[in-house]
Design a protein around this ligand. Structure first.
Ligand code: 5GP
Length: 209
């Protein structure tokens, strides 16, 4: 059995990544979604262990010290990190694992695990991003501004990603994402053992074995 593919999804705040991830999980049972650890406070409706594991800064530091995180990053005054154990065990079971993380963490993961698939999601326009952030109604104008500033910084890093998806219509974007991940399974480098076996068998035929 092949190891699963590690898929990293990033995108500007307001691009609709959260909804996209939720829908991807509902629609296809091919994926395991990693739940991150964060020091930020839960938003209304968020539940411990579902959207995030909510931890204090001290607890977060402890996780770093114990090397329990694959990566972590600071984002607008809070820390976010990916727990190592879940990701490793799912990948070893052949399951594709999706991380929804920001760009610094994404590039750190790619450095550590070069065969990670990096997807970047955006809304159709900057205007639409702002509208979606304001429409969320959970964040202060100052925080929205910080998030838009951060989006400007993140835009510089898009070229380090493998694919760019414009989230205009949710269902289409979900299907597109699924299609890209599935195609990735057919890459030669991910089917090395199978390819080598076939070559060996052919050689054996030619030799008349
Ligand atoms: P939010 O506060 O909106 O839930 O997330 C803020 C940002 O943190 C988003 O861009 C999200 O993708 C990112 N993020 C969530 N979990 C992680 C993580 O484990 N590591 C990193 N590097 N970023 C994360």
């Amino acid at each position: 059995m092949n190891r699963g593919i590690l898929v990293v999804v990033s995108g500007f705040s307001g691009a609709g990544k959260g909804t996209l991830m939720k829908r991807l999980m509902e629609k296809y049972d091919d994926y395991a979604l990693s739940v991150s650890v964060t020091t930020r406070s839960p938003r209304e409706g968020e539940r411990e262990g579902r959207e995030y594991f909510f931890r204090t800064r001290e607890e977060f530091k402890e996780l770093i010290a114990q090397e329990q995180l694959i990566e972590y990053a600071r984002y607008v005054d809070n820390y976010y990190g990916t727990p190592k154990e879940y990701v490793e065990s799912q990948l070893n079971d052949g399951k594709d694992v999706v991380l929804e993380i920001e760009i610094q963490g994404a590039l750190e993961v790619k450095k550590k695990m070069p065969d990670t698939l990096l997807l970047f999601v955006t809304a159709p326009s900057a205007q639409e991003l702002k509208k979606r952030l304001e429409g969320r109604g959970t964040e202060s104008p100052e925080l929205i501004r910080n998030r838009l500033e951060r989006a400007c910084e993140e835009a510089e890093g898009i070229s380090g990603y493998d694919y760019l998806l414009v989230n205009e219509k949710l269902e289409e974007c979900v299907d597109l994402m699924h299609g890209i991940i599935q195609s990735e399974h057919y890459r030669i480098s991910r089917q090395q053992t199978f390819a080598e076996n076939i070559v060996q068998e052919l050689k054996a035929f030619v030799k008349g074995e």
